[in-house]
Design a protein around this ligand. Structure first.
Ligand code: DSN
Length: 416
């Protein structure tokens, strides 16, 4: 990118930005929650809308001069509604956890019972971890995977819901490679009189791209971040049925946040516009095809993929069970080879979170760069080579050169 003003005025930061650009161009990005935004999204994030304060909502602000900001926010809202068929959208949440906090506050009182997918099996911190607001303020009842097939046990979810009578059921994940049965979640929620809240942060782009079932018409409230498969700026939004609109708006602002980040709202509008184009459906389809090709290639090399495969953009690899390589060892070795992944607990992991048995990988970023199924074989080869050479610094440095050669074949959008 042309950072000419930063180059002149802040050479220290310029040098940092250029090195990060280089890292992004030369590396293989497999972190399942990451992606590369378009140049247009970057431009919106760098726009003059960052200069504005606009607490409140379109047409009802606490600051003057917001007529134009209102148009940007309304554009983002209209596009999100079209993309997901939502009755109401709030595009102001600054990120996923604040969005989820606003949903909890809108629907629940402190102490209320919530059913959430256990973090160590694929859930998210804000779905009830004891150190998170969710676990501290609410009574979290976790549900789990079936030990044999590593798929969420919906009969168990129903049994727990009937026994515990939660006020809210939370369906969503950050490390689960199977589709969620939204209709079954709805039926269970209705049976016990609970709100149904879906967190689709990881899969929003696959839903917008019409490759996975859309839970927005099925659930009461749906939150998502906007920067993962949806390929927008770092941020979030909440979609809900009209009956919850006032409560959601009130808890986002003034409940949880002050002024929205209008430059990010503008970038959300740009990203939603991109996701409405037919090409985005091709992208979403290719993300899943690539994930399945990568899972198959790793399985051929003897790595166990949790639940036996993937139906979305990500997978968990049981590196310790398959090869005796801990998640931390794998992350360190792959990092040295220019391959970014994250260590991750696998279901029923006997090891600890900071050095678990597995790694989580995903294909949204590589797919944005134009990689296809055949390229996934090369990625699996490079990963396997790096993991096998994990104690050999010279080998890892040589593999990093191969990773660079591979990566430079695929341009990063937004970086010329
Ligand atoms: N930190 C995100 C992820 O990597 O899945 C979830 O918020």
């Amino acid at each position: 990118m042309n950072y000419s003003n930063i180059q002149t005025e802040d050479p220290a930061l310029y040098e940092i930005l250029k090195r990060e650009e280089q890292r992004q161009k030369e590396g293989i990005e497999l972190i399942a929650s990451e992606n590369y935004v378009s140049r247009a999204v970057l431009e919106a994030m760098g726009s003059v809308l960052t200069n504005k304060y606009s607490e409140g909502y379109p047409g009802k602000r606490y600051y003057g001069g917001n007529a134009i900001v209102d148009e940007a926010e309304n554009l983002a809202i209209a596009r999100a509604k079209e993309l997901f068929g939502a009755e109401h959208v709030n595009v102001q949440p600054l990120s996923g956890s604040p969005a989820n906090l606003a949903v909890y506050m809108a629907l629940l009182n402190p102490g209320d019972k919530v059913l959430g997918f256990s973090l160590d099996q694929g859930g998210h911190l804000s779905h009830g971890h004891p150190l998170n607001f969710s676990g501290k303020l609410y009574t979290i009842i976790p549900y789990f995977l079936h030990k044999e097939d590593e798929v969420i046990d919906m009969d168990e979810v129903e049994a727990i819901a009937v026994r515990e009578k939660p006020k809210m059921i939370l369906a969503g994940f950050s490390a689960y490679s199977r589709s969620l049965d939204w209709q079954r979640f709805r039926a269970i929620a209705d049976k016990v009189g609970a709100f149904l809240f879906a967190d689709i942060a990881h899969i929003a782009g696959l839903i917008a791209g019409k490759q996975l079932e859309n839970p927005v018409p099925i659930c009461d409230v749906v939150s998502t971040t906007t920067h993962k498969t949806l390929r927008g700026p770092r941020g979030a939004m909440i979609m809900c049925k009209e009956q919850f609109a006032a409560a959601i708006n009130k808890t986002v602002f003034p409940g949880v946040q002050g002024g929205p980040h209008d430059h990010i709202t503008a970038a959300k509008a740009v990203a939603y516009g991109e996701a409405l184009k037919p090409e985005f459906q091709d992208y979403a389809k290719q993300v899943i095809k690539n994930a399945q090709a990568l899972a198959a290639a790793l399985q051929q090399k003897g790595y166990r993929i949790v639940s036996g495969g993937t139906e979305n953009h990500l997978m968990l690899v049981d590196s310790f069970g398959s090869k005796g390589i801990t998640g931390k060892e794998a992350e360190t070795a792959l990092d040295k080879a220019g391959i970014s992944i994250n260590k991750n607990m696998i279901p029923y992991d006997p090891r600890k979170p900071l050095d678990p048995s597995g790694i989580r990988i995903g294909t949204p970023a590589l797919t944005t760069r134009g990689c296809r199924e055949a390229d996934m074989q090369a990625v699996a080869d490079l990963m396997d080579e790096a993991l096998a050479s994990r104690t050999d610094e010279t080998r890892l440095a040589a593999i990093k050169e191969k990773v660079k050669t591979f990566s430079l074949r695929f341009p990063v959008p937004g970086i010329e």
